[in-house]
Design a protein around this ligand. Structure first.
Ligand SMILES: Cc1cc2nc3c(=O)[nH]c(=O)nc-3n(C[C@H](O)[C@H](O)[C@H](O)COP(=O)(O)OP(=O)(O)OC[C@H]3O[C@@H](n4cnc5c(N)ncnc54)[C@H](O)[C@@H]3O)c2cc1C
Ligand code: SF4
Length: 458
């Protein structure tokens, strides 16, 4: 029997988040800004949930996490049971707890959101798995019946990892290939540490390896290993390659032009900080510089906050619409503002202003609110306008088809199977640049469909 808890706890007990690192310290370090909740806080915050008969939080979540159920377990301090339950629907709950835009998903949908403050679902989700791992808990796959099938997963981002997780839990042998030296895809190389520390993915790799997933890192399909070989050696292939083609601002992007691509900048910064032997050639330090970031999504927020931590003199985010229209998480906008980032609304960059030597000195902009022109002086520009799909050369000989946006065509009804009956795909390369949790949802669904097609019960 569970502990008795008052039904209307949420009236007296305010929504609370864990403390954040003080701004003067956090502006200078690449470390997660939230301190961990202490146990009484976790139990109290979890106990605010009223276990709605129709849990809107759960429906809004793309993987339909059993949120009220694991909140109830967390309220009783049963973190291992909560972690077991949380892993039934999500392959990376400790990651989602950290980076999901809960303010647009579960917490926005929470019944208590408008009048009392939503339950702090994300922070509890993160705590549950961190705590269970610290207690030595590991997912138990010993009861999975070994199957005679082998599946190759290309891409160790959230889509590929989620697919591998569901396959191994069903006894299917799985090998994950990635061109990078660590798993995670954008979780490791794109998203900066102030949102998600790298040790989270290292730990997750160890857990996956202990479950039996094989990783072949530093292997690029199409360069180090041909797709034909992969196709021959494995019964099925899942593709989770992501989208890496930058939407251009047409301002003459190029390092020597002073106009940088957001993802190149972020990846190089991570590789520089962690000595990863990849893509450090693009590394750039904005110390003492006046930086403008173009765009209003999560990538733009990560760039402005990275530039702040590098010691930039001034950092502005220039966006063509207003704050309401920004696609990025409100939470991240707030963090950026707290750290000193300035926002320039209703401005669209049109061309670069340069001195006689060709060096960048500013941007000519169009004010979309009053149709006027404006000039913003700066030393460097980062373009964060999003990403497009791209068809890899090595897939051109397969039956996999791409749509007009260069995204892989799959059928949701056929569980993310492509036009080639042995190849499945999911995540950003299918839906376009989106979210970690949607990539996880698609990877899991593709794995279920691979199992069904192989005749393995899910
Ligand atoms: C800067 C930034 C910040 C973001 N912040 C958030 C956030 O806060 N919250 C959120 O929910 N989402 C966020 N996103 C979006 C999220 O990261 C992506 O939607 C998600 O990672 C997509 O997962 P994926 O598995 O499809 O692709 P990816 O994460 O891109 O992984 C693809 C993997 O495939 C590998 N690969 C590609 N080609 C090959 C090949 N030929 N051979 C071998 N390996 C290959 C790549 O190396 C990579 O590891 C952010 C995105 C960016 C760019
Ligand atoms: S909507 Fe909010 S109160 Fe209702 S079950 Fe979900 S977390 Fe609990």
């Amino acid at each position: 029997m569970g502990e008795h808890r008052p039904l209307f706890e949420f009236v007296d007990l305010q929504r609370e988040e864990p403390e954040k690192q003080v701004i003067e310290v956090r502006k200078h370090e690449f470390a997660e800004i939230y301190r961990s909740f202490k146990q009484p806080g976790i139990k109290e915050q979890s106990s605010r949930c009223i276990a709605c008969g129709n849990p809107y939080c759960q429906w809004k979540c793309p993987v339909h996490n059993y949120i009220p159920d694991w909140l109830s377990l967390a309220a009783e301090g049963k973190y291992i049971e909560a972690a077991e339950l949380s892993h039934q629907t999500n392959s990376l709950p400790e990651v989602c707890g950290r980076v999901c835009p809960q303010d647009r998903l579960c917490e926005q949908a929470c019944t208590l959101n408008n009048d009392f403050g939503a339950v702090t679902i994300g922070q509890v989700e993160k705590f549950i798995t961190d705590n269970a791992f610290a207690q030595g808990w590991r997912p138990d796959v010993s009861k999975a019946k070994p199957q005679p099938y082998k599946v190759a997963v290309v891409g160790a981002g959230p889509a590929g990892l989620a697919c591998a997780d569901v396959l191994i839990r069903n006894g299917v042998q799985v090998t994950v290939f990635d061109r990078y030296p660590e798993i995670g895809g954008l979780l490791t190389f794109g998203i900066p540490e102030f949102k998600l520390e790298k040790q989270v993915m290292t730990k997750r790799r160890e857990i996956f390896e202990s479950m039996g997933i094989e990783f072949k890192l530093g292997v690029e399909i199409g360069r180090d290993l041909s797709f034909e070989t992969l196709n021959q050696d494995y019964d099925k292939v899942f593709l989770g390659l992501g989208t890496y083609k930058t939407v251009a601002a047409n301002l003459g992007e190029g390092v020597d032009q002073g106009v940088h691509k957001a993802l190149d900048y972020l990846i190089a910064n991570t590789c520089h900080l962690h000595d990863y032997p990849v893509e450090t050639a693009n590394y750039i330090d904005f110390k003492d510089q006046d930086v403008i970031v173009l765009g209003g999504g999560d990538t733009a927020m990560d760039c402005v906050r990275t530039a702040i931590r590098q010691g930039a003199k001034r950092v502005r985010c220039v966006y063509r619409k207003d704050q309401e229209a920004m696609p990025g998480s409100r939470k991240e906008f707030k963090h950026a503002t707290e750290e000193g980032v300035e926002f320039v609304w209703h401005h669209q960059a049109e061309s670069c202003l340069r001195d006689e030597s060709g060096a960048l000195t500013g941007l000519h902009c169009h004010n979309t609110a009053d149709n006027s022109k404006a000039t913003l002086e700066c030393d460097a520009v980062i373009v964060a306008y999003g990403f497009r799909g791209e068809q890899p050369e090595w897939l051109k000989t397969s039956n996999v088809t791409f749509n007009q946006w260069q995204l892989v065509e799959t059928s949701e009804h056929q569980g993310y199977r492509t036009q080639d009956k042995n190849i499945y795909a999911g995540g950003d390369m299918v839906r376009g640049a989106d979210l970690v949790v949607t990539a996880i949802a698609e990877g899991r669904q593709a794995a279920e469909s691979i199992c069904r097609d192989l005749g393995v019960l899910v």
